[in-house]
Write a protein that binds this ligand. Structure first.
Ligand SMILES: Nc1ncnc2c1ncn2[C@@H]1O[C@H](COP(=O)(O)OP(=O)(O)OP(=O)(O)O)[C@@H](O)[C@H]1O
Length: 308
């Protein structure tokens, strides 16, 4: 049977007394984009630094393509590409000079480097900037150079730390597209504290909170937790009591914010919206606004922390 791309077993680490991460377990055995989501201080960097062998764990094991990272880091690291949050660019070099330099550091055989550099540049859409000094490139293109160095040795696993941080909206879309493309041939792990980032860019999510893994699963499973369960409604001629609203199928609780503003808690899917609209028209409640309220990230964290 083929080796798993990454296997993380009972990983724990502490810098001083408190555990920064505790008993983290996951495996990656398919290509695609994996998101490591967590708020600031949750333990993302600690986990990624251990997987990249920048930090040595106190407890647990990491295997890359079946190779024990602690016992044989040189072999294991051949399978990994890494782009830290602050891209390690030499901005006074041209794109070509820099990528040749990175291939050298990766101890690639000299004869393979020209082909590898051309392949990485083509993949990242920077071949036309080969002779350009990196400091003269836009933020988005500098990030492409950073991604190119992470795949120069054609690794099966790439880790990108907050890869769209600091980019403008157009650049973010382009970099997400590039991440998707490079994930067609390998597993890519991106870390972020931005929920829409994982929802837009990832196939699978792993969520860490206070050093514990609180969710592992597909983006569809994760989105189930994000489904709205509250309607914000403004009615200028609302019914006096709650009973008429509670009669609507799916309605669980009525929260009166002001005389005209309501938060309506419901269960089930959002087909309740049309039922509320129909009742409001039928009863002449003067409905002025109706919208679905998404769960806040804090609430989702709390829910998930209780589940796992
Ligand atoms: N070098 C260090 N020395 C002591 N404590 C540390 C060190 N690095 C991280 N920590 C602590 O470990 C915990 C996890 O931090 P970590 O940087 O892994 O979280 P993170 O999810 O990457 O956060 P951020 O998004 O802010 O980078 C935090 O409580 C942090 O304060």
């Amino acid at each position: 049977m083929a080796n798993k791309i990454v296997e993380v077993k009972h990983l724990s680490h502490r810098y001083s007394v408190d555990w920064a991460i505790k008993d983290i377990n996951f495996e990656i055995s398919t290509k695609g984009v994996f998101g490591l989501l967590g708020s600031n201080g949750a333990g993302k960097s600690t986990t990624m630094n251990i997987i990249c062998n920048v930090l040595t764990q106190i407890e647990g094991d990491v295997f890359i393509n079946g190779v024990d990272l602690r016992k044989d880091p040189i072999t294991a690291k051949k399978f990994i590409g890494f782009l830290p949050q602050k891209a390690p660019l030499h901005t006074d070099m041209t794109v070509d000079e820099y990528l040749y330099h990175c291939a050298d550091i990766r101890l690639m055989p000299k004869s393979e480097i020209p082909v590898a550099v051309e392949r990485a540049k083509a993949k990242c859409g920077i071949a036309h900037f080969s002779k350009r000094v990196i400091s003269n490139l836009s933020g988005g293109y500098q990030q492409r150079v950073g991604i190119a160095q992470s795949i120069i040795h054609d690794p099966m696993f790439v880790i990108l730390d907050e890869p769209t941080n600091g980019l403008d909206p157009n650049q973010i879309i382009e970099i997400r597209r590039l991440i998707r493309e490079i994930a067609e041939e390998r597993a890519v792990l991106i870390s972020t504290h931005i929920l829409p980032e994982v929802q837009a860019a990832c196939d699978y999510i792993m969520m860490i909170e206070h050093g514990n893994m609180v969710f592992k699963g597909s983006i569809e499973e994760f989105n189930n937790y994000m489904d709205p369960s509250v309607l914000l409604v403004i009615m200028h001629n609302a019914p006096e009591g709650d009973s008429e609203l509670l009669k609507i199928e799916g309605m669980e609780r009525v929260e009166r914010l002001t005389r005209t503003r309501f938060r309506l808690h419901f269960k089930g899917d959002d087909s309740i919206v049309s039922r509320v609209v129909n009742e409001a028209v039928r009863n002449n409640w003067h409905l002025r606004e109706i919208s679905l309220e998404k769960e806040s990230l804090d609430k989702v964290f709390a829910k998930l922390s209780g589940k796992f």
